[in-house]
Design a protein. Structure first.
Length: 169
């Protein structure tokens, strides 16, 4: 029930909010390419490259407690009126290699099981980023909700909040 309300809120923010604000291009804190780290549910290496003044492609090589993932995102960036501060939203997809290791204690015998699997899914992203103008760094705070379906027949949903720091070129 709560997932339904979260998804409805994200749709509202992603599709209605941009039309209620003035359209602004990326302000004077813009950059072309950035490489850095993202910490959160999906932690790892991130690379962002702007393909136009208000659109970027971002790739994340991430690590979960039992998976390794590669995520590709398309992001729309919009200025906030403050130099260097932009908000962004978008979506994409991911592929994950999962390693489900667990122990089972049945009749006092311990058995070790390991089944790897593959997961695929869709991702959304909504966040805010501040390019620190005098130095070549950008800091971001975002939520990257995703739905993952794996080869074990399971499905997984996460809001996946994250904090990033990137070196900009």
């Amino acid at each position: 029930m709560k997932i339904k309300y979260v998804l409805r809120s994200l749709v509202w923010i992603a599709f209605i909010f941009p039309f209620t604000t003035q359209s602004q291009s990326i302000n004077s804190g813009s950059y072309h390419t950035a490489i850095g780290l993202r910490a959160g549910g999906t932690s790892g290496l991130t690379v962002k490259h702007f393909i136009s003044s208000g659109a970027a492609l971002e790739g994340i090589i991430g690590i979960w407690n039992n998976a390794f993932s590669i995520t590709g995102l398309y992001e729309k960036h919009s200025g906030t009126g403050t130099a260097g501060l932009n908000w962004y939203y978008g979506g994409g997809f991911h592929v994950a290699a999962e390693n489900n290791r667990y122990y089972r204690n049945r009749y006092y015998y311990r058995d070790y099981y390991s089944d790897g699997g593959v997961g695929i899914g869709i991702d959304g992203i909504l966040g805010i980023e501040y390019k620190i103008i005098p130095i070549p760094f950008a800091i971001s705070l975002d939520v990257k909700p995703f739905i993952d379906v794996n080869t074990h027949g399971g499905a997984f949903f996460s809001l996946d909040p994250g904090l990033g720091i990137k070196f900009v070129f």
